[in-house]
Design a protein around this ligand. Structure first.
Ligand SMILES: C[S@@+](CC[C@H](N)C(=O)[O-])C[C@H]1O[C@@H](n2cnc3c(N)ncnc32)[C@H](O)[C@@H]1O
Length: 211
């Protein structure tokens, strides 16, 4: 398997134009690239308190809020510019009263602890940006309610897509992503047992149920 290449400039996506453009991209193609992720969330059948990590401008946040009218969502996002776009999008979609954005990192133990416990914790296409995924998973696992579910969805680092001559940015995201095997190793390191890693090529997911 080709090695992981860290893509540090992708860590925080900032700039008013870039974040507005990201939302435009999501509105254009979100129904395709987020379809499998949103289906998995629906399959989990959870309701109540949700925590999202790395929502970006919030296209999928609005979808989750729309499909789960009784749920409250707290979304932790590193980029203040993304939060500004996401907040205005939530207002436009009428979800501001149920979706709260918090600026910060998944690795920040105190922050995640302060937010309380959740029935569903989810994230799409953010994992490959995390500086310390093991710490992130540890924080999120501890924030699960009894029978709570964690669902992390991302690109898979796969040799087929690793070498594809596609747009910069996407290739770099693929190269900085993880393999299912690396995710299993992280779960083992944290002694998390109730997990499932599933391939949905070119994506993959890891889900954990707290029992
Ligand atoms: C590629 S975007 C994904 C946006 C959206 N979830 C989607 O599916 O398109 C990754 C987002 O994760 C955020 N992010 C990166 N590292 C993070 C971290 N350690 N904690 C919280 N958010 C993070 C970035 O700022 C960015 O908005």
């Amino acid at each position: 398997m080709p090695r992981r290449v860290l893509h540090t400039d992708l860590e925080v996506i900032t700039g008013e134009q870039t974040t507005e453009d990201y939302l435009k991209m999501q509105k254009r193609i979100g129904r395709f690239y987020l379809k499998g992720f949103l289906r998995l969330i629906a399959e989990k059948g959870k309701a109540g308190r949700f925590l999202e990590i790395g929502p970006g401008p919030g296209y999928q946040t609005a979808k989750v809020a729309e499909r789960n009218p009784k749920s409250e969502i707290v979304a932790v996002e590193l980029s203040p510019d993304m939060i500004a776009v996401a907040q205005s999008y939530m207002k436009q979609r009428g979800f501001s009263d149920r979706v709260r954005f918090v600026q910060g990192a998944v690795e920040d133990e105190e922050l995640i602890k302060e937010l309380g416990k959740f029935d569903l914790i989810y994230s799409s296409f953010s994992l490959h940006h995390w500086k310390n995924p093991v710490k992130g998973f540890q924080n999120l696992h501890r924030a699960l309610n009894e029978d709570g579910v964690l669902l992390i969805y991302d690109l898979e680092r796969h040799w087929l897509t690793y070498y594809l001559p596609i747009r910069r940015g996407i290739v770099e995201s693929i190269r900085s992503s993880y393999t299912p095997k690396e995710l299993s190793a992280m779960m083992a390191e944290l002694n998390i047992q109730n997990y499932q890693v599933q391939r949905h090529f070119p994506y993959f997911s890891v889900s954990v149920r707290n029992r």
